[in-house]
Design a protein around this ligand. Structure first.
Ligand SMILES: Cc1cc2nc3c(=O)[nH]c(=O)nc-3n(C[C@H](O)[C@H](O)[C@H](O)COP(=O)(O)OP(=O)(O)OC[C@H]3O[C@@H](n4cnc5c(N)ncnc54)[C@H](O)[C@@H]3O)c2cc1C
Length: 364
């Protein structure tokens, strides 16, 4: 980690008060931010940080709100909405390094890389949210995750107030995890991310779903664009892209992580499941990844069902979807019920994927 030049600090923009967060989060539930400010550039992020620090007010960082569930009572703190823009690229030996500001929407960046023939992000097509959040949970899908391409993260270190440059090794990336998410969750505000991509690169085809879709379309030598198209089509069929017309649109995507277990736990789950066809994927170190969606279904939950205004998606049993009148408390109660039934059936405790803000917790 090295210090980088800090931008001039602008006069602190006066935060707004009592700003509803539900319209800024894809689940569309939760209360208001006591204070709220939009940061269009780095000086504004620094100003917001100083404003909060001087007043002893907790600082929350909001991107596209696609992985956050806000408590119904709202947030007693300053929410800074990241709106920094700009993308640049430079050629290095055998690679293109693309640097995007944290407020850039993610999917247009993927589309741009694909259009330019730069490989490395194509399987991450259609994931909602902004660039700055991609290192937070090491976003991934269909066999790719950003840890495979991130080379640098520019961030505000809230411990020192300095702007720092983090290398990939500083980020502590893991499966849907990083130093930013579980290691030191309140320490860094991501300002920009650099991805190292391959010009004229071959697309990654690592998932049977993608292979099947390409075969269905008669594509034998897929381009980056073909893989992007397949990923988008598959995601749309599972309501895993943001579509204002989709009745399943109010979700955080997958609500639970796929559990990664050792051989002993696998044997126990297999015994309980009594089904040799239970899906599983080998992971590093001899561990095995299981399908949370499959476990949820076998624990007795069915798509489209749930208590009142909160249900499982009609198209994916890993997504909790909010309907008219849903509250954050309903989401947490349903998630708690799912977790408890999976645990009592298989002895496995599911870990939620989204971040809870305010008083909300699955343990409360
Ligand atoms: C339909 C749907 C499908 C999805 N599919 C996938 C998928 O396939 N794979 C996957 O990995 N995820 C998926 N997600 C989850 C989500 O889209 C990603 O995690 C995304 O990266 C979140 O981006 P965001 O900007 O919305 O972050 P937010 O929801 O705003 O924030 C998420 C967390 O990151 C922190 N954060 C955000 N920006 C910054 C920043 N600049 N600096 C510091 N902290 C920050 C927030 O404080 C919060 O803790 C899906 C979500 C939905 C709704």
């Amino acid at each position: 980690m090295s210090a980088a030049r800090a931008p001039e600090v602008a006069a602190a923009p006066e935060p707004l008060e009592n700003v509803p967060l539900a319209p800024r989060c894809t689940m569309g539930v939760g209360g208001a931010a006591r204070f709220f400010v939009e940061a269009p550039d780095e000086p504004a992020v620094l100003a917001a940080y100083r404003w909060a620090t001087e007043r002893g007010v907790p600082l929350y960082v909001l991107g596209g709100g696609s992985n956050v569930v806000v408590a119904d009572e709202g947030i007693e703190g300053l929410v800074v909405r990241i709106a920094l823009h700009g993308v640049s690229s430079r050629e290095t030996t055998g690679a293109i390094e693309v640097t995007a500001a944290a407020g850039e929407p993610w999917d247009p960046l993927v589309a741009r890389a694909v259009d330019n023939g730069w490989a490395g992000l194509e399987c991450l097509s259609g994931i909602p949210g902004l660039v700055g959040a991609t290192p937070i949970q090491n976003v991934g899908a269909y066999g790719q995750e950003v840890s495979q391409t991130v080379t640098a993260v520019r961030a505000l270190d809230r411990r020192t107030g300095e702007i720092v440059a983090l290398g990939a090794a500083d980020c502590g990336f893991g499966y849907r995890d990083s130093r930013f998410k579980s290691g030191e969750p309140d320490r860094f505000v991501v300002l920009a991310v650099t991805y190292r991509l391959k010009p004229w690169g071959v697309p990654a085809v690592r998932y049977a779903d993608v292979e099947r879709d390409l075969a269905r379309r008669g594509v034998t030598t897929p381009t980056l664009g073909d893989v992007r198209q397949s990923v988008l089509d598959i995601r749309r069929s599972k309501s895993m892209v943001l579509d204002p017309e989709d009745p399943n649109r109010r979700s955080c995507g997958s609500f639970f992580l796929n559990p990664v277990v050792d051989a002993a736990a696998l044997a126990r789950v297999e015994r309980e499941a009594g089904d040799p066809a239970m899906p599983r994927w080998p992971e590093a170190g001899g561990r095995i990844k299981l399908s949370a969606a499959w476990l949820i279904e076998r624990a007795g939950f069915r798509r489209s069902e749930g208590p009142g205004p909160v249900t499982l998606s009609t198209r994916h049993s890993l997504a909790i979807v909010c309907r008219e009148g849903a509250r954050a408390a309903d989401v947490a109660a349903f998630a708690r019920e799912i977790r408890a039934r999976v645990e009592s059936r298989f002895g496995l405790r599911l870990t939620p994927e989204p971040v809870f803000w305010g008083s909300l917790s699955l343990d409360g």
